[in-house]
Design a protein around this ligand. Structure first.
Ligand code: SF4
Length: 451
């Protein structure tokens, strides 16, 4: 019950935060508009089914895929490491940085690096690390954490971003997206060529070629992985696919689900360090790009999740973040409150349960309204609401929580209540239903019309 009270307090403060409400509303409106505009141009249902099939098939043969990937990647000159835990991954990265006597690391967006809390760890060791994805850079400057998987600064309006930059750089920046982007470009650009190490994640790892596939729009992932002399890639074990063709199908699905676009500006394939065969056809490692590529494969609870029928399906999630933007709870309170300490939203809570502990995932389970909007949207068919309820039922609860949990598990009332809520905004705005813990977020939110 204390947990529920604490939750209610946080929710109320998020609902009263006008800037947050504005940022959330703008982001979900833009995403929906883009998605709807392009949906007729893409065979979305067909693509989703294909992507699901690929993901499920590959999860069944992960050990073979990883083995094949490692042998192909080594053949192309990459060095491979295996990390059981977040702490092992951090130690491997620190060791490479020390071996290279590196002082500056530039980082392309990587939620896995957030998962292992790399930035704070390296900073404590006196190593400077600069985020180069615009949203991540803003979040880093704010001393904050990402509130969305693919749009880390989604909780901030352009006005708040300009204000933050003004405070940090003592310079007036107009609160126009173009001006903010230009300022970031000027500030981050030099770091790419000064850094001794570029660090990235990977969206997929292709077993047949030993390649990493990285999707980006800004171009920062290309610069971070090709300008510094050393590239470290951090990826998790569910990212492996058999063929390049499969990787491209998943890439198309991921891009559309996350942005409503048919393609991003860049899709990079990295197969080992840079090299040339221009002198007598001899292969010389280290041309214009990195001379070394280090690939760290992180487990962090995923092997155990593969043995668990409920959690296994969550490993098909390719982190498009689309489910968050259709979730009424996320739209109401944002990803800093709804989700785990690293990964936001309902799926974030599930990932928290896998990578940290089920207890830490409980807050999201409390807030989930079981409306199933995330499940309807998810291109991978992940039943996030179902998984959250199952996780909650597994944990020891107080008698009051047991009653509430049974009520929400077996009654169709919660879903009806959400629908009713949408139709009765005025009543809800008067706080009449706000005593119901899982529905507290509805109390003061300006709700969108039901589809
Ligand atoms: S659960 Fe589905 S919609 Fe949500 S991030 Fe994962 S793949 Fe995307």
């Amino acid at each position: 019950m204390f947990r529920l009270r604490r939750t209610r307090k946080k929710v109320r403060s998020a609902l009263q935060n006008i800037d947050l409400q504005q940022a959330l509303e703008r982001a979900s409106t833009h995403h929906l508009r883009q998605f709807k505009a392009n949906e007729p141009r893409i065979k979305w249902s067909e693509l989703k089914l294909k992507a699901q099939e690929i993901r499920q098939k590959n999860l069944e043969k992960l050990p073979q895929l990883i083995e094949q990937f490692c042998s192909e990647a080594r053949r192309s000159g990459a060095q491979i490491y295996w990390a059981e835990t977040a702490s092992e991954a951090r130690n491997i990265i620190e060791k490479i940085i020390h071996q290279k006597k590196a002082k500056l690391v530039v980082k392309a967006k990587s939620m896995v690096s957030e998962e292992i809390e790399l930035n704070s760890y390296l900073q404590q060791k006196g190593i400077k690390i600069i985020e180069t994805d615009l949203g991540e850079w803003i979040v880093q400057l704010a001393g904050d954490r990402p509130s969305h998987i693919t749009a880390p600064a989604l909780h901030l309006t352009k006005e708040k971003m300009a204000e933050l930059l003004k405070n940090k750089f003592h310079q007036d920046i107009p609160s126009q997206p173009e001006a903010i982007v230009e300022f970031a470009r000027q500030n981050i650009r030099q770091a790419f060529s000064q850094a001794e190490i570029g660090l990235s994640g990977a969206n997929f790892a292709v077993a047949e070629t030993g390649s990493l596939l990285i999707i980006s729009n800004e171009g920062n992932a290309r610069l971070a992985t090709s300008l510094p002399p050393v590239h470290i890639a951090l990826l998790t074990l569910e990212k492996f696919v058999q063929t390049l063709e499969e990787a491209m199908t998943l890439t198309k699905a991921l891009i559309f689900a996350s942005s409503g676009n048919r393609m991003t500006a860049y899709v990079s394939l990295i197969t080992g360090p840079s090299r040339t065969t221009d002198i007598e056809k001899q292969t010389i490692i280290g041309a214009h790009g990195p001379r070394e590529v280090h690939i760290i494969i992180l487990d962090n609870g995923r092997s155990s999740a593969l043995q668990d029928k409920t959690l296994k399906q969550a490993l098909t999630c390719f982190k498009c973040g689309g489910c968050l933007l259709v979730c009424p709870v996320f739209q109401a309170v944002g990803g800093h409150i709804y989700g785990g300490p690293i990964y936001p939203g309902g799926i974030g809570a599930v990932l928290t349960s896998i990578t940290r502990s089920p207890q830490e995932a409980l807050l999201a389970a409390d807030l989930c309204a079981d409306c199933k909007k995330c499940e309807d949207f998810c291109p991978m068919g992940v039943l996030t609401g179902e998984i959250l309820l199952e996780l909650k039922n597994r944990l020891p609860t107080t008698p009051e929580e047991k009653i509430l949990s049974k009520f929400f598990r077996y009654s169709s009332l919660p879903k009806s209540a959400v629908k009713l809520g949408f139709q009765a905004q005025r009543l809800l705005k008067k706080n009449i239903l706000s005593w119901l813990p899982p529905l507290v977020w509805l109390a003061e939110k300006k709700l969108p019309p039901l589809p």
